[in-house]
Ligand binder design. Structure first.
Ligand code: NAG
Ligand code: NAG
Length: 366
């Protein structure tokens, strides 16, 4: 197959034909077959249409193809049909609006940035565990757990920055535990020599399932190398009300979602996958599996009085993507399968932990 070529000003080199990273790079041939992550047709189509959300051109994603976005920016494998326990649903009044960040100030962590590392499996797991431990310990501990600890050390059947499984990540958090982001900071793969990405934090059992680090934090500061663990995760039913009840009572949950081409340009509003690329060739319409953290919900009234219900969720594409790193997505209709596989978890917190960690304030609060 040959794509139609678009000539940009600058030196011509036939060897650069159809390079996969030519999106917007000037001075190169660009192969029209490669859909870009930031397609102006798509951005303009969304902003001209009445879709309920706005799109933006992100400079940090500029120059990437859609294939690269799906390959490097997501990174969660679809879970197998593991059966986990389900709770009985009780009839209960749920508020129209609920926002974990308001209910538990200082305990809901800011979205991190996975960069071009397909490790949303590690980022979403660490983020949900961080919030849950902070809520459950009533703020005695507010650790921001380290995704890098998972990426580098939870390597059994995991792909690191090439994607991984959340059930494996939860197994690791429960059996081995991880340290904080301050202790084991994130190492973007492009800036990291291969030897630095090997596992630099191990733990050993100190009885009753608890573990202790056997190494110092892999950085020059002297942060605490406390190990944080979780209990086994539990899967919620796909019922909207049950997911809401769980968030309100216990804190943010983890959700798997299918990311489509238009999600990368999301800026604000209530996201729903749009039809702006439906008439385009198939390479413009792609999707991949991602995982995120749902932190709340709400609804917006339409002019006719009907409501548009949404989830509030945190992504892991940094704070300048979306609504300060968060996004809102249609609720109650399994948009992008976000209600299909939702996970909750408890931290492993003892009275001893509560005494060891007097209330203290950390810098990474919202
Ligand atoms: C996005 O921004 C870049 C740099 O500011 C600009 O050159 C490019 O044309 C924009 N692309 C789209 C799709 O709007
Ligand atoms: C949730 O609460 C935080 C803190 O008050 C606020 O900044 C954010 O905008 C709220 N999110 C939504 C979607 O209302």
């Amino acid at each position: 197959m040959h794509g139609r070529l678009i000539l940009y000003s600058g030196p011509m080199s036939l060897s650069l034909l159809c390079l996969s990273s030519t999106c917007g790079t000037t001075g190169r041939w660009e192969c029209e077959q490669d859909a870009c992550l930031m397609e102006s047709d798509m951005i303009n189509g969304i902003n001209r249409g009445n879709y309920g959300w706005r799109a933006s051109n992100y400079s940090q994603l500029y120059g990437m193809t859609l294939d690269e976005g799906i390959k490097y920016r997501l990174g969660t494998q679809r879970p197998s049909k593991t059966i986990m326990n389900m709770n009985e649903m009780q009839n209960e009044q749920l508020p129209q609006y609920f926002n974990s960040t308001e209910k538990w100030p200082g305990k809901i962590h800011e979205p991190l940035d996975q960069g071009n590392c397909a490790a949303s499996w590690a980022f979403s797991t660490a983020a949900v565990a961080s919030d849950r431990i902070s809520i459950q310990s009533m703020g005695h501990m507010t650790p921001q757990l380290s995704p890098q600890n998972l990426i580098s050390c939870d390597t059994r059947n995991q792909g690191g920055c090439a994607g991984g499984r959340i059930d494996g990540a939860w197994w690791y958090l429960r059996r081995r535990g991880v340290v904080t982001e301050d202790c084991y900071p994130y190492l973007p793969p492009q800036q990291t020599p291969a030897e630095a990405s090997r596992c630099m934090m191990q733990s050993r059992s100190i009885g009753r399932g608890k573990r202790q680090a056997t190494q110092r934090c892999p950085n020059s500061h002297n942060y605490h190398n406390d190990i944080y663990q979780s209990t086994p995760p539990y899967r919620l039913s796909t019922n909207e009300k049950e997911i809401m009840k769980e968030i309100k009572e216990n804190g943010p949950v983890q959700a798997i979602m299918e990311v489509h081409e238009d999600f990368f340009v999301y800026k604000s509003g209530i996201y729903k996958h749009t039809d702006v690329s439906f008439t385009k060739p198939p390479q413009y319409r792609k999707h991949g599996t991602h995982s995120v953290r749902i932190t709340g919900w709400g609804e917006e009234k339409n002019y006719d009085g009907t409501a548009r219900k949404y989830w509030i969720a945190a992504n892991s594409w940094g704070k300048n993507w979306g609504e300060n790193g968060f996004f809102r997505i249609a609720r109650g209709e399994n948009e992008c399968e976000i209600e299909a596989f939702v996970i909750g978890v408890w931290g492993r917190i003892t009275m001893e932990d509560m005494h060891k960690h007097p209330h203290h304030h950390r810098r990474r609060h919202i």
